[in-house]
Unconditional design. Structure first.
Length: 136
């Protein structure tokens, strides 16, 4: 069986946000005993990832790493929406628009220190559409 839910993440400023609880609130109350959750963000200037969910410094460090790899201080050919346009697309490609999480015993089978993160690479770019697909 396949279930699918579409929803929007509210507008965020550029940054990395722990959204595990928000995602859980959007999913059906009863998850299958065994299955997979696929999360997909429908935009090219943000991303979704799994990472350390305890120490907030991880978010700051990840942001620094991504800014170092794909900085706004370079001249890019694609600048339709300003200097953050192409860097946001590059970061989105590096991190990705989707993740898969196993469902075991009716719960997301994340590791002890893992959480779901939403990475917004532009300021005030509006709400972001997401699709959650549950396979059982």
């Amino acid at each position: 069986m396949i279930q699918q839910v579409e929803f929007e993440m509210p507008q965020h400023d550029a940054g990395i946000y722990l959204i595990t609880k928000e995602i859980m609130a959007k999913l059906p109350k009863k998850l299958p005993e065994t299955g997979l959750l696929h999360l997909f963000v429908k935009h090219t200037s943000c991303a979704i990832a799994i990472n350390e969910n305890t120490d907030p410094a991880v978010r700051t460090d990840m942001e620094e790493i991504l800014n170092h790899l794909v900085g706004e201080d370079r001249m890019y050919g694609h600048q339709v929406e300003g200097p953050s346009d192409m860097p946001s697309h590059g970061k989105s490609t590096l991190v990705g628009q989707s993740i898969m999480i196993p469902i075991t015993r009716g719960r997301l089978n994340l590791g002890r220190w893992q959480g779901i993160y939403f990475l917004e690479f532009r300021d005030g770019d509006g709400p972001r559409g997401m699709v959650a697909t549950i396979f059982s």
